[in-house]
Ligand binder design. Structure first.
Ligand SMILES: [Zn+2]
Length: 58
């Protein structure tokens, strides 16, 4: 078993879009927004999943 890998696999460790390892700042942003774990590139492109439909209706 690879315990180190399990530790790293916990929520929000990698970008959910491209799978890139997140930096500390990117991880913190994901925690602060309670949003999906996203790298800087995809965090800038993807809106929070909470109200996607509301955003479209705007
Ligand atoms: Zn990404």
């Amino acid at each position: 078993m690879d315990l180190e890998e399990q530790t790293l696999e916990k929520t929000g460790d990698r970008c959910e879009v491209c799978g890139a390892k997140l930096t500390g700042a990117e991880l913190q942003l994901a925690l602060e927004t309670s949003g999906p774990a996203l790298c800087t590139v995809h965090a800038d492109e993807v809106v929070p999943l909470d109200d996607v439909e509301a955003v479209e209706a705007d």
